[in-house]
Design a protein around this ligand. Sequence first.
Ligand SMILES: C[S@@+](CC[C@H](N)C(=O)[O-])C[C@H]1O[C@@H](n2cnc3c(N)ncnc32)[C@H](O)[C@@H]1O
Length: 210
Amino acid sequence: MAGRRGATSGAAKRRAQNPYKRPDHFTKAAKSAGFPARSVFKLEEIDKRCRLLKQGQRVLDLGAAPGSWSLYALQVIGAKGRLVAIDLDPLTSSLGPNALVLQSDAFEVASDLYAEHGPFDVVLSDMAPRTTGMRETDQARSFELVLRALEIARAHGAPGSSFVAKIFMGPDFDQARAALREVYGEVRTIRPETVRKNSIEVFLVALAKR
Ligand SMILES: C[S@@+](CC[C@H](N)C(=O)[O-])C[C@H]1O[C@@H](n2cnc3c(N)ncnc32)[C@H](O)[C@@H]1O
């Protein structure tokens, strides 16, 4: 019993020390509003600032688990909108009849499937690499994810569509931004208020696909 108490308090201590494991105000607010993760507030802020999502749109959500962004997007696009949500991991939320959920590597999904459900008005990528703790490696992998997601958005985004991609700030950031700028009329960099203080993530928001 004493051992178990020790293990429990050890886990609690680790949670307290690791901000990513500590349920903060935003985590609690997201849960009480029916979203599985605090990430919903990041998309909400991006959406409000860039007027991204609209009723009736087709949305592709890459890296969708546990499901907060998809649930938020579905609320905005409404019953006439369509959403495709893809993640390596299963979503913890059920999304409803106008969503297609695929548990898969986004880069192994057949192009035909994207074509069948697109062209998309908004392509979201909150994909993040499994972090190693080595900053340069994590940044390089995040950069790679952005470029690969951009290829999907380039192929399956409608003219005039938008693309949002999470990226870890690092030496490749300017190159990623420039790659988006080749495809989209405008690219903004947004660091939502709910991004944790010690996080290196920012979002590239690309508007008006050529
Ligand atoms: C920060 S989470 C996404 C949170 C999600 N936007 C939400 O609001 O619930 C990042 C996700 O990217 C996924 N991911 C990373 N690489 C991927 C890939 N190649 N294909 C599909 N999903 C991927 C991870 O499995 C992880 O669930």
